[in-house]
Design a protein around this ligand. Structure first.
Ligand SMILES: [Zn+2]
Length: 361
């Protein structure tokens, strides 16, 4: 399914303006809504075609263990900002980014960090609540990739991978201008590629040695605890309670040139770079874009990634893949990413219909 092909721009050809080009209808609906659902907060905003958040608000996700109460609270919040933006007739579509969000069926499926169990048909529930405005849903990393392609560092790119480095590690893979969803909607779980086969760290997914257990914020904190236990050398990190150490503490110590903290970044970047070399062999992306908290560590994380990636890369790819940081403002990125899906929401329903048809056939 094509994503974001020329849809955000006015036709340059005047003749087209007089024809009934369906793309032109976007003019009548100049905004989309982005909803980012996290374990703590659900943040939402009305966004224009340039990626400016015009109106935004949020609710506490955990306050609504009952999904119907959640839909009411979220729906009312979204209705308020839609009214501020001029009403539902101005809204092209709504995009939702959520953990374990499945693009094909609009459901959140067995998300461990959200209050609701099982399979939640959230896109449908929100669409119904908003009086039928089309709603599309995908996981948060895919939303980040679409956001980067629409408003950020991947504008104009057709082949790239976004890696989200947060509490977990996620990814959105774009090949030939299309986000890769796979046959079931769950493609691109690069955070759960196994990077250590022997004695790998146990992962939340139930397996061992996943990239996420080393390269997430919690993975970095875990590395710090391991280093402190195994090694004897001095470090600023020794002043802290080991159980309370965060990746931010490691960053702060590294900025003060603490040797151990610098080596923790080296260790983390090395594992990421090795993994990226493999990712490049899979889809030969023009760029790998780092997104999320750990990406803010700048050269501390980027330099070791670059070195390890190039060192482990097949010769035909060497020196070709750019490593970039996200260009979306961090506070806005999640909502922007989700909102980008709102521009293409019709493709979503078409994809869902096709999937249902293929399953019924
Ligand atoms: Zn895992």
């Amino acid at each position: 399914m094509p994503l974001l092909r020329n849809t955000l721009y006015l036709p340059v050809d005047n003749k087209k303006c007089n024809s009934i080009n369906p793309k032109y209808k976007i003019m009548e609906k100049p905004y989309v809504v982005g909803i980012d659902i996290g374990g703590t907060n659900s943040v939402f905003g009305v966004v224009d075609a340039r990626g400016t958040i015009l109106y935004s608000s949020s609710i506490k996700t955990g306050k609504y263990p009952d999904i119907n109460e959640y839909v009411t609270a979220l729906g009312d919040g979204v209705k308020t900002i839609i009214d501020q933006a001029g009403g539902p007739e101005k809204i092209k579509g709504v995009g939702i980014g959520a953990p374990n969000g499945n693009f094909f069926n609009g459901c959140i499926e067995f998300a461990p960090n959200l209050p609701w169990r099982g399979v939640i048909p959230l896109a449908q529930l929100i669409s119904d609540y908003l009086g039928g405005i089309p709603v599309a849903l995908t996981n948060d990393a895919n939303a980040a990739a679409i956001g980067e392609m629409t408003y950020g560092a991947a504008r104009g790119m057709k082949d790239f991978i976004v890696i989200t480095l947060g509490t977990g590690v996620g990814s959105g893979i774009v090949i030939g201008g299309n986000l890769v969803y796979g046959h079931d909607g769950f493609a691109g779980e690069l955070g759960h590629v196994i990077v250590r086969r022997n004695n790998g760290r146990p992962c939340g997914c139930g397996r061992q040695g996943c990239l996420e257990t080393y390269a997430s914020a919690t993975g970095v904190a875990r590395t710090a605890r391991e280093f402190l236990e195994i090694r004897k050398d001095e470090s600023l990190l020794r002043d802290l309670d080991p159980d309370e150490i965060t990746s931010k503490d490691v960053y702060d110590a590294a900025m003060k040139n603490d040797k151990m903290a610098l080596e923790i970044f080296e260790f983390t970047g090395n594992i990421l770079g090795e993994a990226f070399a493999d990712f490049v062999a899979f889809s030969s992306p023009e760029a790998i874009i780092l997104f999320g908290g750990l990406a803010k560590s700048g050269d501390l994380i980027m330099n070791p990634i670059k070195r390890a990636m190039e060192k482990n890369m097949l010769k035909i790819y060497q020196g070709k893949t750019k490593l970039l940081f996200s260009q979306l403002k961090e506070s806005d990125a999640a909502v922007l990413g989700a909102s980008a899906l709102g521009w293409e929401v019709k493709d979503t329903s078409a994809a869902a219909a096709a999937l249902i048809a293929s399953k019924e056939a």
